[in-house]
Design a protein around this ligand. Structure first.
Ligand code: PBG
Length: 326
């Protein structure tokens, strides 16, 4: 046997780490946090073990728990006290995310990102303003431009409350440009935009929609989120966001779309983020509860793979648990 090439030489303890190509660090991770205006106490999220919806009064305590693990950034999602057709609680000065952001910014060193969308705030659960005929029309139209105005207001209200970065996830055309314009006009030119640039219409969002109470009451999101069949389109979508001033480019979900993360990494030199979504978290937990997978090992391997594919940052419900392992 010719042993000229013997890759196993570099797989031994001691050298294995030295030649490792990818590493995970707590500073790569962003922990999602759910703030809920409908409750006075913490409510566990059943399909996302270890996660809870917390009242505004608990937001600071919750974020401090995250910081203790070494994770430095959080992404806030809000569940409002009431919903209406236009989602008006989303840009209210005393809205749930605005209040939580103000407190977190005042009392912690966390880097605060906020999700900018309407689906948790509209009574129909869509990410924008819908036509009045929507319920009878399976191919309903979310009114793009009217929604852009609202998203701009939401982003500015988050920045006003002290958000360090805004992350629009509504998948409207022209969304990043509209938000950039609104932030600049309100004096928030220093607040970056992390765009959910390649966001697929995915069944892996199921547990999140329960957690944030944002499932569409009718229809689905196929006419605004991307078709899972499309890879080249992702680069096209991301390019549009880059042209509109996106600072960080996100691909979502992560594990089923590692090819897309790699494409975005290669096509642009911006920081790339990936969202390891609720379903990706839930399935590993479910399998490990059955004793079929080793949770710590598969969580680490998943996040490492997402980085290897090209992500610089990972939004993940595993953030705290993994940070403690690093
Ligand atoms: C929309 C939004 C969604 C998620 C993040 N932002 C849900 C959706 O698009 O239906 C999903 C995140 C996850 O599944 O973890 N505001």
């Amino acid at each position: 046997m010719d042993l000229t090439h013997r890759p196993r030489r570099l797989r031994r303890d001691g050298v294995r780490e030295m030649v490792s190509e990818t590493s995970l660090d707590a500073s790569d991770l962003i922990a999602p946090v759910f703030v809920d205006a409908t409750t006075d106490e913490r409510v566990p999220i059943e399909s996302m073990p270890g996660h809870e919806r917390v009242p505004v009064e608990q937001a600071v305590a919750r974020v401090k728990e995250v910081l203790e693990t070494g994770v430095e950034a959080v992404m806030l999602f809000g569940i409002p006290e009431s919903k209406d057709a236009r989602g008006s609680r989303a840009w209210a000065d005393d809205g749930v995310v605005q209040e939580a952001t103000r407190r977190i910014a005042a009392e912690t060193d966390a880097y605060v990102l906020t999700d900018v969308c309407l689906c948790e705030y509209t009574d129909h659960g869509h990410c924008g303003v819908v036509e009045s005929t929507a319920e009878s029309d399976p191919d309903l139209t979310v009114r793009n431009d009217e929604t852009l105005d609202l998203l701009g207001k939401i982003a500015a209200s988050h920045a006003e409350a002290g958000a360090d970065m805004v992350a629009p996830s509504a998948s409207m055309d022209g969304m990043v440009g509209g938000i950039r314009k609104s932030l600049d006009a309100e004096g928030f030119s220093d607040v970056p935009v992390m765009s959910y640039a390649a966001k697929y219409e995915s069944a892996f969002y199921g547990p999140f929609r329960d957690a944030a109470d944002g499932a569409p009451a009718f229809g689905d999101r196929r006419h605004y989120q991307m078709d899972p069949a499309n890879r080249r389109e992702a680069v096209r979508e991301v390019r549009r966001d880059v042209e509109q001033g996106a600072d960080v480019l996100m691909v979502k979900p992560a594990l089923p779309y590692l090819d897309v993360i790699r494409d975005v990494r290669e096509a642009f030199d911006h920081p790339v983020a990936a969202y390891n979504v609720s379903g990706e978290y839930a399935m590993l937990h479910a399998a490990s509860e059955k004793g079929w997978l080793d949770l710590e090992a598969v969580a680490l391997e998943s996040l490492l793979s997402i980085k290897r594919a090209g992500a610089d940052l990972i939004l993940t419900y595993f953030a705290e648990d993994v940070a403690e392992l690093l």
